[in-house]
Design a protein. Sequence first.
Length: 402
Amino acid sequence: MELTIGVCGPIGLNLLDWDLKHEELPETNAFPLTSHFINALLKRGYKVIGYTNSPVLQEPKVLQSGNLTICISTVKPKPGRRFFNYEIAELRKMIAAYPADIISAFWTYEYALAALRSNIPAVVNIHDVALKILLKQPDVFRFVRWMMNYRSVSKAEYLVANSNYTYSLLASAEKAKTVTINNFYTPEIEKISKTIPVKGNYIVSVVQGFTKRKNIHGSLQAFAKVRARFPDLEYHLVGVEMEENGLAHQYAKQLGIADGVKFIGCLEFDDVVKEIAGAKVLVHPSYEESFGMAVLEAMVAGTPVVGGENSGFVPELLAHGKAGQLCDVTSPEAMANCTIKLLEDEQLWQETVRYAKQYAKANFSEDVVLQQHLALFGRVLGRKLVPAQEPYEPVPGRRLSA
């Protein structure tokens, strides 16, 4: 019996491997990893139904292409005030109308709660630790998210932690029903990186927010020290609140350390990879990460990383210093010294890049990680998984429709 796998989460439609990729598609709440997970399932011949939502649609919408169906529900403003109840209910309606055999839900919030209330076997993927974030960012929204997380991890029978670090922070009852399956990188990163054969004269950081936890204030201070040694070097900031005149830029101007910094802001996934691939070093100043996708992407793209020695999963991701430089990211001077070390020592730079690529392929490749997810689905369902068609390698222009 053919298996249909549901994926409930933030899905970027323009990253999906389908023949609608170049058409005008509605904006959705999106995260690249969810789309790459769907693509990996399609590549292996499975039918997939994606459940996501959009801040711009007034009515629900369903898109279909070959083995892929995407169900898009609506959202309302200020969902946190309602504990996302409207969004959960709308996602549940889509799941009921277009049911799958099993659902993999990304994050432990509205997408997980919708999947868990569907009466379809569901696996909930934990990609952050809500209590840890609440303690670092104590506000009403983070309290709401913590409550949602508590409900979903309590109700779920099957949990997946995205790293050993995430698993280590779970309560004993949660650990008993949790397996650890790391995040993975898409092979597209290797292909995109090959289009950038020469490194630019800059270092880069990719972050989602100018918060204390992300520590861009520290990396900006570190760059000022690095630039004293390399006056022509630039620092590129990519991501949320990293745009020109954004929060990071305002902070840098206040301290008089904006010289040489390029405030880029948000980019499409392919352009983020190109920025990483073109950099001499990726500085990852975050105090804490449940995984660290930008770090992994840099490892695959051939850009050495400076990361925190106590920053959650980052030390393990960087093979405890073999696949990147680890330092005390609370110290701008320590970050600066590690960055300078990589810029000045060509042999160290090359050895770090070589080891990081090998380590990433062995532990975090799509082939390695997807097999673990599929094995878990088989255990949950108690049967052998049968794809709808033979696996294939996608090629440019491939159309998935029959």
